[in-house]
Ligand binder design. Structure first.
Ligand SMILES: *[C@@H]1O[C@H](CO)[C@@H](O)[C@H](O)[C@H]1NC(C)=O
Ligand SMILES: *[C@@H]1O[C@H](CO)[C@@H](O)[C@H](O)[C@H]1NC(C)=O
Ligand SMILES: *[C@@H]1O[C@H](CO)[C@@H](O)[C@H](O)[C@H]1NC(C)=O
Ligand SMILES: *[C@@H]1O[C@H](CO)[C@@H](O)[C@H](O)[C@H]1NC(C)=O
Ligand SMILES: *[C@@H]1O[C@H](CO)[C@@H](O)[C@H](O)[C@H]1NC(C)=O
Length: 580
């Protein structure tokens, strides 16, 4: 017989103690292990991915606190640094005497000479931490649909404005690290610009035309994004004299400090309700000198796309002009069709990228710069010809240059952007064509170097037709958006092979393994719906060339041999264009 082994009391206590100690350890580990919560956030965002918008950056959120922790002392306190004697600019004499002169970041400079013009008011502020990076202000991904906490921007320290009285002129020394790599995306440089702009708006005395006086000391040109070249009165050595319109500047400083938050919050509190535009202050000019525009150059392959874009814009109910810039490579019969479609045609001379290789596909992509020469308009909404508009975009005319959606890293997508035509801006582009290296050889890379401070639109306003993940949740969610009727997207941007270059039966991006990330039959059908609503005489311009039909046949054949995912090569083509 087995005698039940009765453990001694001491043993039981010992086992209990071991268990207790074990659980205490686990408990302590859970409490102290910091990445435990981070892990949960990541898990949460992965789950969210299936519900709304997907994204691949989840390790944000921790960074923002770090930026604010490290605080420098009072940067503006003169602490016996070597003082630089500077020649006064001559235009100072024209400003008169007894001036109140606000001085920002000027404590290293000997400004005693300025005393004869009036009273110098040093402006105190805390310099941004050196750990504060540009990507904290312009992150790749923001929680724009408020899946987690909603987007937020780190704070840029500002002076205590209420401690200062009115000023006749604001003088600021701008940091300039040129030609150091990445000098344009310097947070301290932006900080000084923003302080000067805020002072001008809040404390600057205005003349009869509501303009104030701002003077900069800088080796680099002050940021065009805040201080337009149109407002520049004089340049003398490193001195720059501006007379900006305060209302225009006021709107800019009322926007988020970076693309870390949406300039246009469309759906507060999870409701798909159109934002109340009256919350956004308008610029001074209320006259409607506004237009939509696109550009065609070098080939006719986007003519059908531009026709469909015009038709979709008209269907959105806009009353603005539709301007089409064309070069001579577009034939007269195609020009007529584009005009019938709704475009006002302007012939332009295309612009070469001097850094592009001869004959390359993007050799003339700087032609878009011509948009800035449309100076009979105050604002232009530029739209790429491979986009269709599903909802009215007129609200965008309330925003300054440049307002756009994010692309990747800190850059914006130039497929849809709000711009402000200006002859001097155009000249600056032309002057800098050789110097600026565009990361992709296109206008997007160039414009992102000139305009580093931009304002973010919701993705839904320039919704890219692509699937970055291999995750069925993303495809499901995006296809729901592409197909929604009434539309929830403002536009669809057809990156990849264009719908008019495929048979209408399915998206031909399915036939090439490299293009699979762009394949969506739902988005494809949405484009064809716009096509079918067009006049038959316009539809004629969306035919397939003999060459294109051969390519399509070949791609299908290869897809079949490779048994490509999606199986679209099995679909029998019924598109009547196969017989044309
Ligand atoms: C910074 O300057 C402000 C305004 O002059 C002053 O009130 C504050 O005490 C200063 N802070 C430090 C850390 O010196
Ligand atoms: C811009 O330049 C063009 C000629 O190059 C001129 O016709 C136009 O009036 C100018 N616009 C402004 C606002 O000065
Ligand atoms: C350049 O322009 C062509 C034709 O308009 C377009 O297909 C291409 O995507 C552009 N490339 C870049 C890098 O912007
Ligand atoms: C995506 O998933 C499919 C199977 O569903 C697989 O065949 C393919 O290789 C995957 N692609 C990538 C880039 O992971
Ligand atoms: C395509 O057509 C062939 C022959 O007409 C037929 O056998 C096949 O089932 C069709 N395929 C599909 C997917 O409809």
């Amino acid at each position: 017989m087995m005698k039940a082994a009765i453990p001694s009391k001491a043993l039981i206590i010992r086992i209990n103690l071991i268990f207790l100690a074990f659980f205490l350890l686990i408990y302590a580990a859970l409490l102290l292990w910091p990445s435990a919560t981070v892990y949960h956030e990541n898990a949460a965002s992965l789950v969210m991915c299936s519900l709304r918008e997907c994204h691949h950056k989840t390790e944000k959120g921790i960074k923002m606190n770090v930026v604010l922790e490290e605080k420098g002392g009072n940067q503006s306190k003169p602490v016996g640094k070597p003082v630089i004697k500077r020649e006064k600019p001559s235009f100072l004499n024209e400003m008169g005497r007894r001036l109140k002169i606000g001085m920002v970041n000027m404590d290293e400079d000997d400004v005693s000479e300025w005393n004869e013009h009036g009273q110098i008011i040093p402006i105190y502020f805390e310099q941004v931490s050196k750990y504060f990076e540009w990507k904290d202000l312009f992150p790749e991904w923001i929680d724009e649909e408020e899946e987690i906490d909603g987007p937020s921007c780190p704070e840029i320290p500002m002076p205590k404005f209420e401690e200062y009285g009115a000023m006749d002129v604001i003088v600021a020394k701008l940091p300039c690290k040129y030609p150091e790599e990445g000098w344009g995306r310097d947070v301290f440089r932006l900080q000084v610009h923003l302080i000067a702009a805020n002072l001008a708006v809040k404390k600057g005395k205005r003349d009869w035309s509501r303009k104030t006086k701002v003077v900069f000391l800088s080796k680099c040109r002050p940021m065009l994004e805040l201080f337009r070249c149109n407002d520049m009165v004089r340049q003398e050595g490193d001195w720059w004299f501006f007379q900006p319109e305060t209302d225009r500047l006021k709107q800019k400083v009322s926007l988020p400090v970076g693309s870390c938050n949406l300039a246009l919050p469309l759906w507060e509190k999870g409701i798909d309700e159109v934002y109340d535009v009256s919350k956004i202050e308008r610029g001074t000019k209320t006259v409607r000198r506004e237009a939509y525009a696109t550009v065609l150059h070098s080939s006719e392959s986007y003519v059908c796309g531009a026709i469909a874009l015009a038709q979709s814009l008209l269907q959105s109910g806009t009353k603005r002009d539709l301007i089409l810039l064309l070069d001579k490579s577009i034939s007269v019969s195609k020009r007529d069709a584009l005009s019938v479609a709704g475009w006002i045609i302007r012939i332009i001379k295309r612009i070469r990228n001097p850094r592009a290789e001869k004959g390359s596909y993007n050799e003339y992509n700087y032609s878009k710069f011509r948009l800035w020469q449309l100076t009979e308009y105050d604002k232009i909404i530029f739209i790429d010809a491979d986009i269709i508009v599903l909802r009215n975009l007129d609200i965008l005319f309330h925003f300054p240059q440049i307002t756009a959606t994010g692309n990747d890293g800190s850059i914006f997508n130039s497929g849809i952007m709000v711009i402000e035509p200006s002859n001097c801006t155009f000249s600056i582009f032309m002057d800098r064509r050789k110097e600026i290296v565009s990361y992709n050889g296109g206008d997007q890379g160039f414009l992102n170097e000139v305009f580093v401070w931009w304002h973010r639109l919701p993705r839904r306003m320039n919704y890219l037709k692509n699937f970055w993940s291999n995750y069925s949740g993303e495809a499901y969610m995006k296809n729901q958006l592409f197909g929604s009727d009434p539309p929830r997207l403002y536009t669809i941007h057809y990156i990849g092979l264009k719908p008019w270059l495929c048979y209408r039966d399915y998206d031909c991006n399915w036939d090439l393994s490299k293009q699979l990330v762009y394949a969506s039959d739902v988005a494809h059908q949405r484009w064809w719906k716009v096509h079918d609503a067009m006049d038959e005489r316009l539809q004629k311009f969306c035919g397939l060339s003999k060459q294109r039909k051969i390519e399509l046949l070949w791609d299908r054949k290869m897809a079949k041999e490779m048994k490509l995912r999606g199986d679209r090569w099995r679909v029998n083509i019924t598109d009547p264009r196969r017989l044309d």
